[in-house]
Ligand binder design. Structure first.
Ligand SMILES: [Zn+2]
Length: 190
C-alpha cells in the first residue's frame, strides 16, 4: 500500500468497512466503531492497488477526444427519453418521471417511486454508455438491489456490462477534469 494514497473517511451505520472510488479519490467507509482507516488500508491494500491500476489504465485508454463536446443538454434529454422508452419495453416496466440535474457523485439514480434522476454530465458520454446507464437504472424498477437477478437482467441487453462499468469510471474522471478545472487554468499551464 503506497503511503501516497489520498483518501477520505466517512463513518456510517454499516457493519463492515468498505472502499469506493466513485468520486475520483479513495473513500473509506467505516462502521462507527472498531476500525481505523490504517487497518482498512492494510486489509484492502491489494484491492486498492489493483483498482487504482484499472482506473489509470482506463484513463489512459480513453483519450480526452472521446468526450462528446457537441451534444447539448436538450439533445441529451431527447436521447435519454428515447432510451428510457426502449428500456421500458425491454424490461416490461414503466418509469414514472425523469429528472435531469447536475450530480456530484453518480451518473444517475433511481428512486422508490420509480423516478429516474439523470446527471446532465451524461451529455459528454457516447450513446452506448448513455443507453447502458438508463437501462441499468430502469432495471432497478424490477430489482432494486445489485444482486444476481439484477445482473442477469443487465446481461440480457448488455453482456459487456463489466467493460462498460469500467469505461464509465474512466469517463467519470475525464468529465470531472473538464468540469472542475476552469478553461483558463487549463490553457495557462505550460
Ligand atoms: Zn444500480
Amino acid at each position: 500500500m503506497p503511503n501516497s494514497t489520498e483518501y477520505t473517511v466517512e463513518y456510517r451505520n454499516v457493519k463492515h468497512p468498505r472502499c469506493e472510488f466513485k468520486t475520483g479519490t479513495l473513500l473509506i467507509i467505516l462502521p462507527k466503531t472498531g476500525w481505523t482507516p490504517q487497518q482498512v488500508l492494510e486489509k484492502y491494500g491489494e484491492w486498492i492497488k489493483r483498482k487504482q491500476g484499472t482506473i489509470n489504465a482506463a484513463i489512459q485508454q480513453t483519450a480526452e477526444t472521446a468526450i462528446i463536446k457537441t451534444r447539448t443538454e436538450n439533445q441529451l434529454r431527447m436521447l435519454a427519453t428515447k432510451f428510457v422508452q426502449t428500456a421500458e419495453t425491454d424490461l416490461n416496466t414503466k418509469i414514472n418521471k425523469i429528472y435531469f440535474k447536475k450530480m456530484k457523485t453518480k451518473w444517475a439514480s433511481h428512486s422508490q417511486n420509480n423516478n429516474l434522476t439523470i446527471n446532465t454530465l451524461l451529455k459528454y458520454l457516447p450513446e452506448d454508455l448513455i443507453d447502458y446507464i438508463i437501462y441499468h437504472e430502469t432495471a432497478h424498477n424490477v430489482e432494486r438491489k445489485h444482486n444476481e437477478t439484477f445482473w442477469n437482467l443487465i446481461n440480457r441487453k448488455h453482456p459487456d456490462y463489466q467493460a462498460k462499468e469500467e469505461n464509465l469510471l474512466a469517463y467519470w474522471f475525464l468529465t470531472q477534469e473538464i468540469t472542475n478545472k476552469p478553461e483558463s487554468a487549463k490553457t495557462q499551464r505550460g
